[in-house]
Design a protein around this ligand. Structure first.
Ligand code: SAH
Length: 331
């Protein structure tokens, strides 16, 4: 339902390595001091699917750093998205009370089951076999994951809006993301990479860039670098209609090079607002234009561009539009 609310973000796919056959043992056990990985036996080698973002994080120092920065408590339930062969999962299982891991690839699910049971940790793990975007998340304290990058945007949407809306609080999500995506996610007002994504996420969460993780940490290595980010949901979400918020940020960022004055002068934009409001008269456009311009003047935002706005600016703008009886609707 909320999918796509973050706007048109073109994701570079984690490319490379497609079709290469690699021993899952190599990927899973590299440097970890583990004897083997079940998937590597008897010719049972994985073909890693590029389309599923299957790049196994194999550097033990990086895995340790992620667990360290996630700040797990012994009593925590952790949600992991895309556990793969379980390199991160094993470390999470050792540090937390319980891990719920959602994995779409049945081969990985099998391998993970076997590997975790060999380590005697099965009692702490629940594997949900399916698409993370379609399964309902359990209650959890932390989300920690090297996710498939292709679902970054809808996954954040789900975590921060659908899940949070159900009033299930979690402390933080520590996620590996594609570097470019992470940059747009943490961009502040005025940064050249400031995005609708950052604005929408910024409404409900604080985002911190923790560290860069090069492509060489993964097997097979993807064509892009990664960044670890930590996302902390804010204690209180403003009491607004999120659909209106999304519609307004879409209007502003849809023409991000134009000033707000130029955007809200446009007949097409105003007609859109009128239609949404249920009014149809032709003269309505002119009246509405006067209203939007006076709102922008009042807010000192006539010459502002989307990329310079803070979340507070947009909240203020929304409140002023409301006072003039102007409402936004998300398609
Ligand atoms: N976390 C592991 C594997 C990362 S690769 C590690 O760090 O080594 C990404 C994993 O996400 C793969 O196992 C892939 O099968 C899984 N995956 C891809 N799309 C998914 C989806 N929609 N829902 C759940 N898992 C998914």
């Amino acid at each position: 339902m909320f999918r796509g609310s973050f706007g048109e973000l073109r994701l570079l796919r984690r490319g490379g390595g497609g079709g290469r056959r690699l021993s899952a043992a190599a990927a899973a056990a590299e440097g970890e001091g583990e004897e083997e990985e079940e998937g590597g036996r008897g010719g049972g080698r994985f073909r890693f699917y590029k389309s599923r973002g299957q790049h196994i994080l194999a550097n033990p120092q990086t895995l340790d750093a992620i667990v360290d920065r996630a700040e797990l408590l012994e009593e925590d339930t952790v949600l992991e998205i895309g556990p793969g062969t379980g390199n991160l999962t094993l470390k999470l299982l050792r540090a937390a009370r319980r891990v719920v891991a959602v994995e779409i690839d049945p081969r990985m699910v099998d391998a993970l089951h076997r590997r975790v049971s060999r380590h005697g940790l099965s009692a702490k793990l629940q594997i949900v076999s399916g698409d993370a975007l379609r399964t309902e998340f359990p209650e959890f304290d932390l989300c920690v994951a090297n996710i498939p990058y292709g679902i970054s945007s809808p996954l954040l949407d789900k975590l921060l809006f659908s899940h949070a809306r159900a009033r299930r609080r979690f402390r933080s999500a520590t996620l590996l993301l594609q570097k470019e995506f992470a940059r747009r996610l943490v961009a502040k007002p005025g940064d050249s990479e400031r995005s609708r994504l950052a604005m929408n996420v910024g409404l409900v969460a604080d985002v911190e860039l923790i560290m860069e993780v090069g492509r060489g940490n993964f097997v097979p290595p993807p064509k892009v670098d990664s960044s670890l980010v930590k996302i902390r949901p804010k204690p209180a979400i403003p009491e607004i209609d999120l659909n209106e918020w999304w519609a307004l940020t879409r209007a502003c960022f849809g023409q991000r090079r134009k000033t707000l004055g130029a955007i809200f002068k446009q007949k097409a934009v105003l007609q859109g607002l009128l239609k949404e409001g249920g009014e149809e008269e032709e003269s309505g456009v002119d009246v509405l234009r006067q209203k939007t311009m006076s709102v922008l003047r009042e807010g000192g935002l006539v010459n502002a561009r989307a990329g310079t706005l803070s979340e507070e600016d947009v909240l203020g703008l929304l409140a002023m539009f409301h006072r003039e009886g102007i409402r936004f609707h998300h398609p």
